[in-house]
Design a protein around this ligand. Structure first.
Ligand code: NAP
Length: 341
């Protein structure tokens, strides 16, 4: 099969699309013929060797894919060959076939196409853990999402709206406002310029009658984190999800105490490893919201697998809006996807 291969940790430019051995399922595993695979910021970290887990070299990156189950191990009872499915994996999704544990394989709702499905795993699960479990979001609360036009950001905007929140979309780049508003954001907040530690709370207070944000989902780090933290309302919660801007912020504990706020961490892959049943319940809830039309999830941009470098560079260079998806040759021959081939 063809796969994107990382020969050494470093720049994207070293990636090659080349032949790679076909996977064979173990007793509790499935193999999926990939139609489309999601691209995530964490792929950049893994490829650069900056992620908390470093796969042994060479390896195939990619953490989520959608396609057709082509073979299953003898203990697998949650899906069968021929099923349309989404899988989440630690690596290996940017290929024509991917191996996944059955616990991370989800049969798709009939109405969901492969392109949608390829971007419906990691970002929406992260949004769900952040808003529901970590932040305990309540209907009517105000949520500020940073990096709101990115993969996780747009998923947070959509899910927070579906859960009845008022949503402020924090954006650092010009030209992304339309996507955030179309996803349901009530207003945008500027995350670029000087003195973000003052300008972000000023804007958030102006939008909320002086109250501030009950919940912040923070994916950027650095000065954006500082400003977002200062935007919190009384008893607000800020969920630390990522550092796409490259700077890990620090915070003096007295500021948490003085303002009666909570700083909460999220590591979504940890839920998958520690508590697969929890992840499965979350995915079922997300599919149910999708079924009610509350979570449209169409990818913004598709690239053929061969163009993986260009696709990943969109995220690296902050040009991506929403999800980026890689498609395989099988996608072109697809008749089961729900979208025109
Ligand atoms: N903790 C977890 O479990 C978990 C799970 C998934 C993802 N993450 C993390 O969440 C973050 C977002 O992931 P994603 O897949 O949504 O990424 P993405 O689609 O690339 O979105 C990231 C957003 O961050 C903003 N940004 C600010 N500075 C940036 C920079 N120097 N480079 C790139 N983007 C920058 C961009 O918005 P503007 O251009 O508008 O500023 C961009 O839209 C990443 O740090 C990722 O590692 C964490």
């Amino acid at each position: 099969m063809k796969a994107v291969v990382v020969p050494a940790f470093g720049d994207l430019e070293a990636l090659r699309v080349r032949d790679w051995p076909d996977p064979t399922p173990g007793d509790d595993e499935v193999v999926v013929d990939v139609m489309a695979a999601g691209v995530n910021f964490s792929d950049l970290l893994v490829i650069g060797g900056h992620y908390q887990v470093r796969p042994s070299l060479p390896f195939v990156p990619g953490e989520e894919a959608a396609g057709i189950v082509s073979s299953v191990g003898k203990n697998v009872d949650s899906c069968r060959s021929g099923d349309r499915a989404l899988v989440l994996v630690d690596s290996g999704a940017h290929a024509e076939r991917v191996l996944a544990p059955q616990s991370s394989c989800f049969v798709l709702p009939a109405a969901m196409g492969f392109l949608e499905a390829a971007g419906f795993g990691l970002a929406f699960q992260t949004a769900h853990y952040a808003l529901v479990d970590r932040a305990n979001l309540q209907p009517g609360e105000v949520v500020l999402v940073t990096g709101a036009a990115g993969g996780v950001g747009l998923a947070c905007v959509r899910l927070a709206k579906a859960l009845g929140a008022q949503v402020l979309a924090g954006l650092g780049s010009a030209g992304k406002e339309r996507a955030a508003l179309a996803a349901g954001a009530d207003a945008t907040i500027r995350l670029s310029g000087e003195r973000l530690r003052d300008s972000i709370p000023d804007e958030v207070r102006a939008r909320t009658g002086g109250k501030g944000a009950d919940v912040v989902v923070e994916v950027v780090g650095g000065d954006v984190f500082d400003g977002a933290f200062r935007s919190l309302a009384w008893r607000g919660r800020i969920v630390v999800v990522g550092f796409a801007g490259g700077q890990i912020p620090s915070i003096a504990a007295n500021r948490i105490l003085l303002r009666n706020v909570a700083v909460i961490g999220l590591n979504s892959s940890d839920y998958r490893q520690r508590h697969p049943q929890w992840m499965q319940r979350v995915q079922r809830e997300l599919f149910a919201l999708y079924g009610k039309g509350l979570l449209p999830a169409e990818p913004a941009e598709c690239f053929p697998l061969e163009d993986a470098i260009r696709a990943l560079a969109q995220l690296r260079d902050r040009r991506a809006i929403g999800k980026i998806v890689l498609t395989t040759d099988r996608w072109g021959q697809n008749t089961l996807g729900g979208e025109p081939a």
